[in-house]
Write a protein that binds this ligand. Structure first.
Ligand SMILES: [Zn+2]
Ligand SMILES: [Zn+2]
Length: 277
């Protein structure tokens, strides 16, 4: 089993060193863990949101060292979670190409100057109208996917909150996003952060996941842990959602090449020493 979405203290808002995440993953019986620190922001660098660019080589080197040290016990992948900032695609591409990432998440955390995923951004929800925000969010998602820069769409409906959801149906957007993901050979992430936030389902919620499955979009799995104890959090519930949606295998990556792993083997095997993904 694997967890592809983890943030260590390389991100200012997360806790724990990379090695603590590896140990937590081994303890939970995972056979593969991916680090997915936030890519240094290409607009308004901010060490709280993401490491500054000068620390990127340190992150890559440490992941590489741990991969060697833990070889035979767990497979370690070097990932990154990149924000999408329209107009900064070239800069983002250069950064992504500067390091040997195994996989790249594309993510939206900002709508204009609003970081809607951060604690500081929460009060703003009371001032916004979901009928206006959701269409803007989905337009941005479509732009992001169309850049072709990313392997995985992270937490696809992270804009959703318990008390913040439009009355207008979103199925048309789900269909469009799913089709674009398929066209761009991207996978979608099932992110258990939605469960942790009390939304009652992971990101994306079931109708959105169903649209992706209908379009044949591969699915991968991440906890979005920002501290070691959240590695693989709520994965049992994630598997209920996956099986409900008819997902029978999960996507993994090596050197940005996708590999499909059957869920039955993943779940039955738990950790198998030394087995490559
Ligand atoms: Zn984060
Ligand atoms: Zn994120």
């Amino acid at each position: 089993m694997m967890d592809y979405h983890t943030h260590s203290r390389f991100c200012g808002h997360a806790e724990g060193g990379l090695e603590e995440f590896v140990l937590a993953a081994i303890e939970r019986g995972l056979d593969e863990i991916g680090f997915s620190a936030h890519l240094p922001k290409v607009v308004d660098p901010d060490p709280y949101h993401a490491m500054l660019e000068e620390r990127l080589p340190e992150y890559v080197a440490l992941a590489g060292r741990l991969r060697g040290e833990y070889a035979g016990r767990i497979v370690i992948r070097l990932g990154i979670e990149a924000d999408y900032f329209p107009g900064y695609e070239d800069r983002t591409r250069k950064l992504l190409e500067s390091q040997p990432f195994d996989y790249v998440y594309g993510a939206l955390h900002f709508l204009g100057d609003w970081c809607f995923t951060s604690k500081a951004g929460l009060p703003r929800y009371a001032l916004e109208d979901p009928e206006d925000v959701f269409p803007r969010y989905f337009e941005m998602l479509q732009k992001m996917i169309s850049t072709g820069l990313f392997d995985i769409l992270a937490h696809p409906d992270a804009i959703r909150r318990v008390d913040f959801f439009p009355e207008s149906p979103l199925d048309g957007y789900y269909e469009k996003v799913a089709r674009l993901l398929a066209e761009n050979a991207m996978a979608v992430e099932l992110n258990t952060g939605g469960i942790r936030r009390g939304l009652g389902s992971p990101y994306p919620q079931p109708p959105f996941l169903a649209a992706c499955v209908r379009e044949g979009v591969p699915v991968t799995l991440g906890s979005d842990a920002h501290r070691p104890e959240d590695v693989a959090r709520d994965f049992d519930r994630a598997f209920d959602f996956l099986s409900e949606a008819g997902v029978s295998s999960l996507a993994a990556w090596e050197g940005r090449r996708m590999i499909m792993r059957p869920i039955s083997t993943l779940r039955a095997a738990g950790r198998r020493d030394g087995e490559p993904a």
